[in-house]
Design a protein around this ligand. Structure first.
Ligand SMILES: Cc1cc2nc3c(=O)[nH]c(=O)nc-3n(C[C@H](O)[C@H](O)[C@H](O)COP(=O)(O)OP(=O)(O)OC[C@H]3O[C@@H](n4cnc5c(N)ncnc54)[C@H](O)[C@@H]3O)c2cc1C
Length: 485
């Protein structure tokens, strides 16, 4: 069978099918695996993630995938989320001694950036989610309701919306509250914050993202399969209405019994011939799925500027600051990676080694960064640097050695109102054609967890159609504490 696309969706599908004894041939257009959740070397030799990626305790399928490919130990989990406002007030979210759903009661009560009125309004909305086990009835109204509308119905204060709901959800869903379907927003709070006391724990890779996929190629090859990089599928071969192959450059063709297309929906929409879109209505609406941007800003200072692993900033353009130097500290894999860079490009090694030894590397994330798309890179650097200097007093005495801005205009699909009706299932009505990708029907927003789920679901669909059904999908975390049973 053939998988097209070496992002998390394609890798999850490929590895799980290889595990089931299938000979998988995976074709990826870029020279490395991981898709959007990867890292690469900039022209100046610096190895950067395509933006910081984090996982949460509730992402059970991503965790399963990392275990399968031997990368679980490369993720470090943190159980304390720190928020900082421009007045310097700090708030913490950390599970305390009380059982779920009251595990945050202690840290929430002392959360300084929110007023008592804000907190009471948040508590009311949380009880509403709890009472309905994460599925309040108004999420099912004929006209989808936005997260902002849902919060306003529940009388949320401006402080609660701007300094709590928006902060968590824009990062989790990469969209503004007025454009987000409330179904996704409520689900984040149910799965990550209410139903289980470990669902919110934040997992951060302690290696560059591309190192997480080292085991995928060997898993696929172990079963006689292959991973082919720099292989761009340019078209489909259709004979008598059936998909019989895929076309590459120089008229090369490959064929198989089944195909999983695990490429972004925008790329698939361009590849699919009109006849296929007409024969399967679920393929006809891919262009209705909109996208939203994320901007990553990378700063290298000449000395130590930050102790916390990460900080969430309130009331600023910068949403998160990640302490990359801390994550990579002492990480063998990072040094191995630097060594492998050295053999290919000696100057990149010196940059990487120097960055580990003396410089302090921070990565800033701004989700739903519509306002930054028109700004120049220098304007973004100036804006974010001023915010970092305000938040991190030690940075005021440091020199900014280097800065890079990476704007992704189409970072994720937008979880806008009613988007689920445009997301196709992993099975199509075209024989042998299966789909994977965070944008397919997974119930999840555009996340690494959603991508892995889609890959597992596509593999299950393929095995089901072959008459050899198997389950790869992992269950959600079970409710615990007072909600268990
Ligand atoms: C800046 C940014 C920050 C993010 N932060 C987070 C985060 O913190 N946590 C989180 O969970 N998620 C995050 N995400 C979302 C996450 O990266 C994606 O949901 C996930 O990686 C999608 O995986 P995928 O396999 O569905 O798609 P992709 O990763 O896009 O993979 C598709 C692959 O198909 C390949 N391809 C495309 N066309 C062809 C072709 N014609 N032939 C061959 N190959 C082709 C592409 O090169 C790519 O490798 C972030 C995304 C971005 C962009």
């Amino acid at each position: 069978m053939i998988v097209i696309g070496g992002g998390l969706a394609g890798l999850a599908a490929g590895v799980s099918l290889a595990d089931s004894g299938w000979r998988v041939r995976l074709f990826e257009q870029r020279p490395f695996l991981g898709g959007r959740a990867t890292s690469y070397i900039l022209p100046d030799g610096e190895h950067v993630d395509n933006c910081q990626h984090v996982t949460l305790g509730c992402c059970t399928n991503l965790e399963d995938f990392y275990r399968r490919v031997g990368s679980a130990h490369k993720i470090k989990f943190f159980d304390r989320l720190v928020f900082l406002d421009v007045q310097g007030r700090r708030g913490e979210i950390k599970a305390g001694a009380l059982p779920a759903p009251f595990h945050f009661a202690g840290s929430f009560a002392s959360f300084a950036p929110l007023t008592l009125r804000d907190k009471l309004s948040i508590a009311r909305a949380m009880f509403n989610i709890l009472r309905h086990k994460g599925d309040p009835p108004d999420l099912h109204e004929a006209n989808a309701i936005s997260m902002l509308g849902w919060l306003r119905r529940r009388g949320q204060t401006k402080g609660a919306i701007d300094r709590f709901w928006r902060v968590v959800l824009v990062s989790a869903l990469d969209e503004e509250l007025d454009r987000t379907d409330a179904r996704f927003g409520v689900d984040v709070f149910w799965k990550a914050f209410l139903s289980n006391s470990t669902g919110y724990r934040m997992g951060v890779p302690v290696v560059p993202l591309s190192n997480l996929y080292d085991g995928c190629k060997s898993e696929i090859e172990r079963r006689g399969g292959e991973v082919v990089l720099r292989a761009t599928v340019r078209g489909l071969k259709i004979e008598n209405g059936q998909l019989t192959g895929v076309r590459f450059d120089e008229n090369r063709e490959e064929s198989a019994d089944a195909y999983i297309f695990a490429i972004p929906h925008t790329a698939l929409a361009e590849l699919l011939p009109e006849s296929m879109k007409q024969s399967d209505p679920s393929l006809a609406n891919l262009d209705k799925i909109k996208t939203s941007p994320i901007t990553g800003v990378h700063f290298w200072f000449d000395r130590h500027v930050m102790d916390e692993p990460f900080l969430t900033l309130l009331d600023t353009t910068t949403q998160w600051i990640f302490n990359k130097s801390l994550f990579y500290q002492g990480a063998d894999d990072q040094l191995k990676l630097a060594a492998s860079c050295e053999s290919e490009n000696p100057s990149s090694f010196s940059v990487t080694r120097q960055s580990l030894a003396t410089r302090h590397y921070l990565q800033l994330v701004i989700s739903a960064s519509y306002d930054l798309l028109q700004k120049s890179r220098q304007e973004i650097i100036d804006l974010c640097l001023a915010e970092v200097l305000h938040a991190l007093p030690r940075a005021r005495h440091a020199e900014l050695v280097k800065a890079t801005v990476i704007k992704e205009a189409a970072a994720t699909f937008s979880p806008e109102l009613g988007v689920d009706r445009w997301r196709p299932k992993q099975t199509t009505s075209i024989r042998g054609l299966f789909l994977a990708g965070d944008w397919t029907q997974t119930g999840w927003p555009a996340t690494m967890e959603g991508a892995v789920r889609s890959g597992y679901l596509a593999a299950e669909a393929l095995l089901g159609a072959n008459g050899t059904p198997k389950t790869f999908l992992q269950p959600d975390l079970s409710p615990n504490g007072l909600l268990s049973g």
